[in-house]
Design a protein. Structure first.
Length: 368
């Protein structure tokens, strides 16, 4: 066909790089994945213009709705470059539902946004399968989403992810941190790895230090380095909900960007200061590896990475043993990491010279 003939022939969406048929095939492929996440209040199939949720059917009487949205950050680039697409959907859900649980809210439903230049149904299905698995772990329903094929917006092979989750909490069970007081203890729940923050630094180290990602990690010969780096973010929802319902928890902080230093103060009332003893738990070997490889200063570690603590839990001192026992029975690694002392609203992390020591004061004008 000549150039003139091509210009004069009828245009189609496929000519522009968008395949409606591929999109429809993806919806058919992920339908069973979404149906597997059904829960009381959400039992409709995908395909409508919106998703319904019945709060009454879910058992709520006087609920407040809580919403969160997030992405996976540049961990997504590492997933794309390494072909490790299966876990990033769990990361996406985790970043949202772990933010809801700190308010005391039970995640109810989730929607995802998947955007790419050219739809690869195999990759997209693997990603959505991870999202569905994350929803199953969190106990929320995947009720819909959006798949956008946008030629020219992304280079070949790239895609982007975002997620939106809504939860609910009975009005009298909202966690605000207002009851936290001097003498309360701070517990840490072990992380599963780097989770979904700090990956711009991880990728910079990988490039500068010439890491062989497909070889056994220097700190653990039983796991490939790429698999250690891509371990999905741990979801803490089901372990924490019963303790919240029982009134055993005063406050929760999801340890994401900003680390321990910046996240714990977000749940503290005025006059309460978190005093964290870095030597009270063993820094995971992956974290020690990152710190050594980058000669990362202690304060930088405490602001960039979770350092082995994915969630901080504030409890009354006389409840600590019972809460730790319940969390361990639920499959968590739980340990004491500090206490609440009188002082400026903020957080101090202290330890030996081999760990890190830093202080961050919190301002009411801080923008999370």
């Amino acid at each position: 066909m000549s150039e003139d003939q091509r210009r004069n022939s009828p245009y189609t969406y496929a000519d522009a790089g968008v395949s409606i048929a591929a999109g429809n095939a993806l919806v058919r492929a992920i339908g069973p994945l979404a149906r597997a996440t059904r829960r009381p209040g959400a039992d409709a199939d995908l395909g409508g213009f919106g998703g319904f949720f019945d709060l009454k059917a879910a058992g709520f009487k006087d609920p407040l709705l809580v919403a969160a949205n997030d992405g996976v950050g540049t961990k997504l680039k590492l997933a794309i470059d390494s072909g490790r697409h299966d876990g990033v959907g769990i990361d996406l859900v985790a970043m949202c539902v772990n933010d809801l649980i700190v308010q005391g809210a039970e995640p109810l439903f989730f929607l995802d946004y998947y955007a790419t230049g050219k739809l690869d149904n195999d990759i997209a299905t693997r990603v959505v399968a991870g999202i569905a698995e994350g929803c199953r772990i969190a106990g929320c329903a995947l009720i819909g989403g959006e798949t956008a094929e946008m030629p020219g917006m992304y280079v070949a092979g790239d895609y982007d992810l975002a997620g939106f989750c809504v939860g609910a909490v009975e009005r009298d069970r909202v966690l605000t941190g207002k009851d936290i007081t001097v003498g309360d203890l701070i517990l840490g729940l072990g992380s599963s790895g780097v989770h979904s923050n700090g990956y711009s630094l991880v990728r910079r180290l990988a490039a500068d230090k010439g890491w062989k990602l497909d070889r056994p990690a220097l700190f653990d010969s039983d796991v490939l380095l790429i698999d250690a780096l891509m371990a999905p973010t741990r979801i803490y929802v089901k372990s924490l909900l019963p303790l919240i319902a029982a009134g055993q928890i005063k406050g929760l902080a999801h340890i994401t960007g900003g680390g321990l230093l910046e996240n714990i103060p977000r749940v503290l009332p005025d006059g309460a200061h978190a005093w964290i003893a870095a030597d009270s738990w063993e820094q995971p070997r992956l974290m020690a590896f990152l710190q050594a490889q980058g000669a990362i200063e202690p304060e930088e570690m405490a602001r960039t990475f979770n350092c082995g603590v994915g969630m901080a839990v504030v409890v009354a001192a006389d409840h600590a043993d019972g809460v730790i026992g319940a969390l361990e029975a639920a499959g968590e690694s739980a340990f004491r990491i500090g206490e609440i002392v009188a002082g400026v609203r903020g957080c101090t992390v202290h330890g030996s010279t081999e760990t890190w020591s830093a202080r961050a004061d919190w301002s009411a004008t801080h923008n999370a």
